[in-house]
Design a protein around this ligand. Structure first.
Ligand SMILES: [Zn+2]
Length: 237
């Protein structure tokens, strides 16, 4: 089964002074992409759905898609998440549990924007979206001593489970490019899967701790979006 996953950060017009412009998709682009997905018959799935399928315990729709948001910017509650629901889709939001209600302070040189609060996490979940972990403080796990990396992973999972009152099984590694030992630590920390940033789709043979997500940003044209969804599968493993 071929399962593409998309990675977004913010859906908004790019504000003056933004440093990491690739974190933005405009509202107009986003709506065009959602219409494309619906038109082509894509159905949103959760990582729980994917993991159940991989265990042989569930079926996936003919054209499954994972739609994800990193960091949990509060602004996605206003436009992106409601727009998804209006198109009968939903997202997985990866939040930084130690910074709920604060800002993206790991990007000290970037405009600071509010992140989900604890209530926002519950609100998104109640709205039909899934919320999973993006670690405790968004440090680059590749460069942390292993015990510290393990704490970042494990504490985040336990904190988030308390908040959503349900299982947290998936981590989005900060910066999306984990070293092999980090993927192993995610398993030790109790996760069943981890997601990276790589312009490839997922096959049954793709490691659960290195599930690929295609980064979408303001430079992603409609034709590029369509090409990635229809042609990347032929790029193979
Ligand atoms: Zn991030």
């Amino acid at each position: 089964m071929v399962v593409p996953a998309l990675a977004y950060h913010k859906v908004a017009e790019i504000p003056r002074g933004a440093v990491y412009r690739a974190n933005y998709v405009t509202p107009e682009q986003f709506i065009t992409q959602l219409r494309y997905l619906r038109l082509r018959g894509y159905e949103a799935i959760s990582f729980h759905d994917l993991l159940a399928y991989r265990r042989g315990e569930g079926e996936l729709p003919a054209r499954p898609i994972l739609i994800t948001f990193d960091d949990g910017y509060r602004s996605i509650l206003e436009f992106a998440l409601p727009a998804l629901r209006a198109h009968r889709l939903f997202a997985t939001v990866f939040v930084v549990t130690g910074l709920l209600g604060q800002t993206n302070r790991w990007d000290a040189d970037e405009l600071q924007e509010p992140l989900f609060s604890v209530d926002d996490v519950r609100r998104a979940a109640a709205d039909g979206h899934d919320v999973q972990s993006h670690t405790r403080t968004h440090r680059d796990l590749n460069y942390l001593p292993e015990p510290d990396a393990l704490t970042e992973l494990r504490e985040s999972r336990l904190e988030l489970q308390q908040i959503v009152d349900g299982p947290v099984r998936v981590v989005a590694y900060p910066w999306g490019n984990p070293a092999h030992h980090v993927c192993r630590l995610a398993g030790v920390a109790g996760y069943d899967a981890g997601v990276i940033l790589r312009r490839r789709v997922n096959f049954d043979s793709t490691s659960a701790f290195e599930l690929r997500r295609i980064g979408i940003n303001y430079t992603t044209s409609v034709s590029r979006f369509a090409w990635d969804l229809t042609r990347l599968r032929w790029r193979g493993e």
